[in-house]
Design a protein around this ligand. Structure first.
Ligand code: CP
Ligand code: NVA
Length: 301
């Protein structure tokens, strides 16, 4: 039994295998030839933060593969009335086949997985967003082929998605430049673990020069809403503009996990422009996560 709490829970071969299968599932979906590979399987989905893409892609994905998903929020479960996550994990283990959790601390997800007897998937914590990286890497693969050896620029906040890019740079062997202001660096342990796969700078232009992929995310993540104004000041020099895109390689792609704030972390001309693949990226959440569910539920580990 395996969990997916971090990109580093997979080997590079396993990660690449899921991307290949995700691409295959996308083609099958487009051709209308999907088969029910998860019949009668049930996914429990605990969301302690808002979500559009993650919730819909997991729920639609389970249905498309012949299974079912149950959305569980603190508002309408006993979690909101103080039932411990560990007790919830033991109970859900008796009833469903896998659980996804979106919450605040990575430790909560880890504690849940420790007592769970079914696979647990991290659907975003303050530390990591590993499902997003499956979709992003599948999108790069579909458009440009293998990402190993390429230059990727992360511009803006050293947040959960940034930490996940750092893990993935180490896993898949691409060179990641992280351009963020002082005081908004990625997690120190994650950074340390990645070694020379990651170069940290405060200069967005240095990160973008000749890059093959430019990525950004909101300046204030969920839970940081009260810092929105101070962060707008701190990140003013980190908007991905057409000028920054112009420094990158000619066929560079632009990605953003969404939701986006046009005129803050990204200019409208960039996110709605020809180098942006954000809609395919969002769409691939569906296919990549179906491949992940098949990996966790159908393969012997
Ligand atoms: N990118 C992402 O995880 O989107 P949601 O918050 O809408 O799930
Ligand atoms: N960094 C963002 C990602 C949302 C998908 C957040 O945590 O709010």
């Amino acid at each position: 039994m395996r969990h997916y709490l971090s990109e580093l829970d997979l080997t590079a071969d396993e990660f690449r295998g899921i991307l290949q299968r995700g691409s295959e599932l996308r083609k099958q979906w487009e051709a209308g030839t999907l088969t029910a590979t998860l019949p009668h399987r049930v996914l429990g989905m605990i969301f302690e933060k808002s979500s559009t893409r993650t919730r819909v892609s997991f729920e639609a994905g389970m249905t498309q593969l012949g299974g079912h998903a149950i959305y569980l929020s603190p508002d309408n479960t006993q979690l909101g009335r103080g039932e411990p996550l560990a007790d919830t994990a033991k109970v859900l283990s008796q009833m469903v086949d896998a659980v996804t959790i979106r919450t605040f601390s990575q430790e909560s997800v880890e504690r849940f997985a420790e007592v769970s007897t079914i696979p647990v998937i991290n659907a975003l914590t303050d530390l990591l967003h590993p499902c997003q990286l499956l979709a992003d890497m599948q999108t790069y693969l579909d458009h440009r082929g293998d990402i190993s050896g390429k230059k990727v620029a992360w511009i803006g906040d050293g947040n959960n998605v940034c930490n996940s890019y750092i893990n993935t740079a180490k896993l898949l062997g691409f060179q990641l430049y992280v351009a963020c202001p002082d005081g908004f660096e990625p997690d120190a342990e994650v950074l340390e673990e990645a070694g020379d796969a990651v170069i940290r700078t405060t200069e967005a232009a240095e990160a973008c020069a000749d890059a093959d992929l430019i990525v950004t995310d909101v300046w204030a993540s969920m839970g940081q809403e009260q810092e929105q104004k101070s962060r707008e000041l701190a990140f003013a020099a980190y908007e991905v503009t057409p000028e920054l895109m112009g420094l990158a390689s000619e066929d560079a792609l632009f990605m953003h996990c969404l939701p986006a704030h046009r005129g803050e972390e990204v200019a409208a001309e960039v996110i709605d422009g020809p180098q942006s693949v954000v809609w395919e990226e969002a769409g691939n959440r569906l296919h990549a996560q179906k491949a992940l569910l098949e990996f966790l539920l159908n393969e012997q580990h």
